[in-house]
Design a protein around this ligand. Structure first.
Ligand code: MSP
Length: 510
């Protein structure tokens, strides 16, 4: 039997998602990042690593203040109400985050103030006058050259010309330091094309960026000049250190810093890979170990947006496909890197093929034969099964893929075990065979394959993985299993009651 509850912690793993604007209703684009972070966290926990998984909401800034005003409530009340949409969605999707950070929490104010103060004392924040082209939706200034036909390149809407006295973060001083740092840490931005994009951006020359506003109250006041509040991006990025106890370097969670991976969409790469490491270097804090950048989920070839009315809420898909069906699709279908187009029809096909047919049928036909020919008791696997090598290869491939944040490849590898096991059954036709040792070996092998699949697929489909575990009679839970031992062939002991139960994934018709 696979070892359980190993006490040793091989290493630590700190994974974050961006913190989402509370104004938006959560859609499948937000969930894409969060489900991936959750699966990654679960994969690392299965290795006995000490994991910290942080997500949360970005609650300050002009957009929130404006929305609150429109609804006749205070910004805090507005944030308190709208944050629930994110919390509910993550609960629905079985997201097991360790903490949820809101930028309006006192602990976060403390962290932002300290980080500001540290950068100020380092001489990297100075007062200046800003005139710039500002996109309210991005909460960011753009240069003329960055606009697309005079509009914001992200939101395709007009920008405003704004003049104000601001404090500036002296990003221009960090050009060489950042280039040197990136040279010394070649793997910190993945995929490599994104790293090249960032280096190209830095080499073009960096401009100081404004980090405060006097025109707005809804934010963290600057500790040395409270007539200014902090620019929302400085505030938001700080969440990643607030979440592990900054500014208290004695905080127990501080051991998780630097973060192992910040998962981010390509739209926020400049803030994360240029501003954020510069802010940290200024304050004498180590930058993160890795940023993993993914593309957009498109709907009908377009980015989802409120104005285009093409946002899809996760709950609508969960109704049809279930939570695990949902999670599986978004982990298995898009390649985590380039943009990819979401297709409902494609989701139906993949669900029916991979989940209803391949995995669901495998369990149901195994349980049926065991009931009919083995008296309902699962036999032990054979040590020299051809499926042992299939499982070992799949595990090795999945391990590499999770390391590279390529869930689609990890799941593709895992499903190779499912397909090969179905093929093994079809080749041996146990439903036609007489009871006896040969039949027992085939069924034991299939049960062992199911055991391994339930461990390897657990990060993607946690509830179903546990259901399979229980139906093949295994005690305890998948979450207690420890890799790599739990993937080694031969863990299914035999002699356990196997139960058919209802279909794991009822077929979906379009
Ligand atoms: N609040 C900032 C992030 C601050 S992090 C210090 C923000 N929020 S956001 O809600 O607009 O979006 C954040 C992230 O959501 C994106 O970077 C991306 O990870 C995810 N996505 C939002 N829309 C998406 C798609 N259509 N497709 C894929 N991911 C998307 O920016």
């Amino acid at each position: 039997m696979a070892a359980t509850n190993l006490p040793n912690v091989s290493s630590r793993f700190y994974v974050t998602t961006p913190i989402y604007y509370v104004n938006d209703a959560p859609h499948i684009g937000h969930a894409y990042t969060t489900v991936t972070a959750d699966a990654l966290a679960r994969w690392h926990r299965l290795h006995g690593e000490e994991v910290w998984f942080l997500t949360g909401t970005d609650e300050h800034g002009l957009k929130v203040a404006q929305a609150a005003e429109k609804h006749g409530v205070s910004p805090q009340d507005w944030a308190d109400t709208t944050v629930e949409r994110f919390k509910d969605t993550w609960k629905l999707l079985d997201i097991a985050n360790d903490d949820f950070i809101r930028t309006t929490e006192p602990r976060h104010y403390r962290a932002v103030e300290k980080l500001l103060q540290a950068c100020y004392e380092a001489g990297d924040i100075e007062l200046g006058v800003y005139e710039g082209l500002y996109c309210v939706a991005c909460e960011a200034y753009y240069t003329e050259a960055e606009l697309v036909e005079g509009n914001c390149p992200i939101h395709d809407r007009p920008v405003d010309t704004v003049t104000e006295e601001n404090y500036f973060f002296k990003l221009s001083r960090f050009e060489q330091r950042l280039l040197d740092w990136y040279e010394a840490h070649p793997d910190v931005i993945t995929p490599e094309t994104r790293r090249n994009e960032v280096l190209g951006f830095i080499r073009q020359g960096l401009q100081d960026f404004s980090i405060s506003r006097t025109s707005l109250q809804w934010g963290v006041p600057l500790p040395w000049d409270p007539s200014h509040v902090t620019y929302v991006w400085f505030d938001a990025l700080t969440n990643y250190i607030t979440g592990v106890g900054f500014p208290d370097d004695k905080a127990p969670l501080w051991r998780f810093w630097p973060a192992d991976v910040h998962l981010i969409g390509k739209d926020i790469i400049r803030f994360h890979c240029v501003y954020w490491p510069a802010m940290l270097l200024s304050a004498g804090i180590e930058p993160p170990v890795n940023w993993h950048v993914h593309g957009w989920l498109l709907v009908g070839g377009e980015k989802m947006s409120k104005t285009r009315l093409n946002q899809i809420a996760p709950a609508d898909l969960v109704e049809t496909f279930g939570v695990d069906g949902y999670r599986y699709h978004f982990l298995r279908d898009p390649s985590f890197g380039p943009d990819s187009d979401f297709s409902y029809e494609g989701m139906v096909v993949r669900y029916n093929t991979d989940l209803a047919n391949n995995l669901g049928n495998l369990l149901s036909r195994v349980a049926t034969v065991v009931a009919k020919k083995c008296g309902g008791t699962g036999p032990a696997p054979s040590p020299d099964s051809p499926l042992a090598a299939v499982a070992a290869t799949a595990f090795a491939t999945a391990t590499r893929a999770w390391q590279d944040v390529q869930p689609n490849l990890a799941l593709e590898a895992t499903w190779r075990i499912v397909r090969e096991t179905n093929a093994h059954l079809e080749a041996n036709e146990p439903w036609k065979a007489e009871p006896g040792p040969a039949l027992d070996a085939v069924m034991g092998d299939a049960l062992e394959a199911l055991r391994i699949v339930s461990v390897l697929a657990f990060p993607a489909i946690p509830t179903t993985a546990q259901a399979i575990w229980e139906r093949i009679g295994l005690p305890g839970s998948v979450v207690e299993q420890r890799l790599p031992d739990a993937a080694a062939w031969g863990g299914y002991p035999g002699g356990l009651p196997v139960e058919k139960g209802a279909a794991l994934f009822p077929r979906v018709t379009e």
